[in-house]
Design a protein around this ligand. Sequence first.
Ligand code: ADE
Length: 248
Amino acid sequence: MRIDILSLFPEMFDGPFASSIIKRAVDKGLVNIYVNNFRNYAPDRHKVVDDYPYGGGAGMVLKPEPIFAAVEDLRGSPYVKNPQKPVILLSPQGRLFDQNIARELASRESLILICGHYEGADERVSQHLATDEISIGDYVLSGGEPAAIVMVDAIVRLIPGVIDCLSTADDSFSRGILEYPQYTRPANFRGCQVPDILLSGNHGEIEKWRRIQAVKRTLERRPDLLDSASLTAEEQKILARLEYFNHL
Ligand code: ADE
């Protein structure tokens, strides 16, 4: 997979991309990540990338020319939108990033992420260049860079071969519900005991306990997820039982 990031602050990616899972994926050749400063594509001598908003108002707006030129350099000109080759504008106005979007993007061969700044990018970037606009949450960052780092991390770990696929299959959200609680040694830490069932060696009972815990935790912490989760028949039974006892 190839990921191109367009940013005015490429140095923000140095640390996050040089460690842990992302670095390992790059070293293994499973993903190539390029960070391009789109200031280099500004047509004028002074490399201006922003301007005052038409109609007045606070802040500056990113000009369309450098961003279009940077994307066309990567995708060819004239540029034709192709959802198979996503060009994603990061902004608080986008659809909310989640595990399903991460999975969908991890299956693409190439990806361009555009990091906005200031008061955002000229609307024509969103309308005529980007195939998608994504937000990582309902808060405003000072730029799209932290959002790009979050997305790249979530996407890269799903690329086959990057990490053990059994561990991503068990992730929170992999089927739309939260993960069961995990413990490691010591069995007794400052008087807090690991649940007996996990020490029993009875794998069937352990799996059952984990399914119950995952549903219970989702019901307690993120009941909103249960509306669209793909629960097995057994998990639906567990949920019905938990809801029944909650109403007693
Ligand atoms: N840029 C500024 N805020 C953002 C957000 N919440 N998500 C993605 N990009 C952003």
